[in-house]
Design a binder for this molecule. Structure first.
Ligand code: G6P
Length: 620
């Protein structure tokens, strides 16, 4: 997490930095700051709170210049305060930097630097890097090197990096080296925007929208030296690299809320279109299967795959669970769904015929990236289901499927989830059709899949009903979310949404498993959200619902249109259109997203910027 920006050219740096930080705010919003170099001085402004607060500070205490770096923070080490905000200063102000990542050995380095007389002003791990570079700079100068030379600074950076353990994306400026920004990457993404007589730096391409579509993605262990009209990239192992400039046509950000009050609500309502975009061009009617342009794996090799590992975090992990049910049902390939944070260290036995899929909206989640790299290192074909084009995971995967859901800005993921489920249905269909699934079964799946945008459009008509339910239940402090089969992941996802944005304790459970523990929680004060659309095990879920009612637990049911029986049993019902079992999570997750949204709103929570969370978790 944390977002980095940088600018060098002829424009007003603070303006670009502020705008860029606003676009990167999804990566953290504990505090923000900028450092701008001008006439041999570096002006720093930093402030707790959102980028807006930094904007106000800059309006009252401006800094001017056309070289600068900026940062929006998600606190890891050190509390949320003005002083702990980035940029951080090294030595006596000769080095100023912004950092995204975690320095694991910072405590030891801090001790060593303190012993050398460096005075720490913050409780962050990042300040260690600033002092370390200042220290090596001083040493170089003592050796007779020119303090104003780029080479001396590079040497100081290189020597410092050798001592760091952890991850970093860094933007660095030096007081005595005019018009140069240094950028370094290990584990935290950085992209350089190439303009005419100007360069941009950012954690992802969104701040570049409207400025340039020519980019260079820095790879791990690479350092870039940026001047207005010149760029150099070198690798840690030595040697200059020729920058590989790519043109990306997806540098757009839609920050317009339109008629909506929040991005989350906007994104919930975008789902019919995002699902449509995910489906576009990927259905092969003639062969009753799906087709993917970017899997980069031959059908005959795919045919040999005998096990699939889906790895992800958060909401994407829930989509992975839906994927497990789908792939096992349609393709009969055993699937495991692994938390990426576990997989990266667990070292499970994976055969040569195992295929790994990372599922991620952002393509930058540190654990997912590390798990994918670990599997790749062991020689497994690693693919990704990803939303953000050009993200690190998208670039490092052997192939994959883009969601085409468009930018998701609300921290709580919504449209990415339904698009991930849609992509997984197509993947399961594709794998199934090269195995046991018949032409007619494929045709049936396709026909239903094609209806999904309309089904979700119809589902969104439950909005007013959900608002009423939210009003009634906003005061409760514990919720259970219960569902079976494909609706078990939907229950997990519904509970996560409520936790994330309304800070209410909620647990998702397989509806029948609830008897083995959570039922002890049930009383008049603990509502259960039952996901109970008509389907293969509807009567079974109904029995589970009766068990809750028998213990006087309030029940909110998510049920199919026309299900009148449920209205007699549940306290409240939200109706959704009827679809086949395997498509149910795409439909049933929609009212759950809306329910979390409206309860959070009623409780006065910041829906798009929930406390302690970040959209993209780039630390492990
Ligand atoms: C964070 C976000 C979640 C997201 C998870 C995984 O926790 O707040 O909404 O599901 O990261 O992110 P990814 O981008 O890998 O899907």
């Amino acid at each position: 997490m944390c977002g980095i920006v940088g600018y060098i050219g002829t424009r007003s740096a603070p303006e670009f930095l502020l705008e860029g930080l606003t676009r990167l705010e999804y990566r953290g919003y504990d505090s923000a700051g900028v450092a701008v170099q001008h006439n041999g001085e570096i002006g720093i402004r930093k402030k707790v709170g959102r980028v807006e607060e930094l904007g106000k500070l800059l309006a009252s205490k401006p800094v001017r210049g056309s070289v600068g770096i900026g940062h929006t923070r998600w606190a890891t080490h050190g509390g949320i305060s003005d002083v702990n905000s980035h940029p951080h200063v090294g030595g006596n102000g000769e080095v100023v930097l912004v950092h995204n990542g975690v320095i694991e050995n910072y405590a030891k380095l801090k001790e060593q630097l303190q012993a050398l007389g460096y005075v720490f002003r913050t409780a962050t791990d990042s300040e260690v890097i600033a002092h370390l570079i200042a220290h090596h700079l001083e040493e170089q100068i003592k050796l007779g090197e020119d303090p104003e030379s780029q080479e001396t600074c590079l040497k100081a950076i290189e020597l410092s990096l050798k001592k760091l353990k952890g991850t970093y994306g860094l933007g660095i400026i030096f007081r005595d080296v005019a018009d140069t920004i240094f950028a370094v990457r290990l584990g935290s993404p950085l992209v350089i925007g190439v303009g005419k007589g100007e360069h941009f730096l950012a954690s992802d391409a969104s701040p570049l929208a409207g400025y340039t579509d020519e980019v260079v993605y820095l790879s791990d262990n690479e350092t870039a030296v940026l001047r207005a009209d010149h760029m150099e990239i070198s690798h840690r192992d030595g040697g200059r690299l020729k920058p590989s400039v790519q043109t990306i046509n997806q540098v757009t950000v839609d920050l317009d809320l339109g008629r909506f009050e929040h991005y989350m609500l906007k994104e919930i309502f975008e789902q019919p279109e995002s699902i449509e975009n995910c489906l576009r061009g990927r259905i092969d009617e003639d062969s009753a299967t799906a087709k993917f342009g970017g899997l980069n794996i031959e059908p005959q090799d795919l045919r040999l795959v005998d096990r699939i590992v889906l790895t992800a975090c958060g909401t994407s992990w829930h989509a992975g669970l839906v994927g497990e049910y789908l792939i096992e049902e349609f393709a009969r390939i055993p699937v495991e769904v692994e938390y990426a944070s576990e997989l990266r260290y667990r070292n499970p036995p994976l055969s040569d015929r195992t295929m790994v899929f990372a599922i991620t909206q952002s393509g930058e989640t540190a654990d997912t990236l590390a798990a994918m790299r670990e599997c790749k290192r062991k020689g497994h074909k690693s693919l990704a289901i990803c939303n953000v084009v050009g993200s690190t995971i998208a670039r490092e995967a052997d192939g994959g499927i883009y969601l085409h859901a468009g930018p998701e800005i609300g921290v709580a993921s919504t449209k990415a989830f339904t698009s991930q489920c849609t992509a997984l249905v197509m993947l399961a269909l594709y794998l199934g059709r090269m195995r046991h699934l018949s032409y007619h079964a494929g045709k049936r799946i396709i026909a239903q899949l094609r209806e999904m945008p309309d089904m979700v459009r119809r589902t969104l008509q439950c909005h007013d009903a959900v608002k009423e339910v939210a009003n009634k239940y906003q005061g409760f402090d514990n919720f259970l979310y219960l569902g079976r089969l494909y609706n078990f992941p939907a229950a997990l996802e519904g509970a996560l949404k409520l936790k994330e944005i309304s800070y209410i304790h909620a647990e998702g459970y397989p509806a029948a498993e609830m008897k083995h523990g959570p039922i002890a929680l049930v009383d008049e004060e603990t509502p259960s959200v039952f996901i109970i659309p008509r389907g293969s095990i509807y009567p079974k879920v109904m029995s589970n619902l009766e068990e809750i009612k028998a213990r006087r637990g309030p029940v909110i049911a998510i049920a199919c249109e026309g299900d009148h029986r449920i209205a007699d049993l549940a306290d409240d019902v939200i109706y959704v259109p009827e679809v086949d079992d395997f498509l149910q999570p795409i439909v049933t997750s929609v009212p759950l997203q809306l329910l979390a949204y409206h309860i959070a709103l009623k409780r006065g929570c910041n829906v798009d910027r929930p406390r302690n969370l970040a959209k993209s978790v780039t630390v492990e």
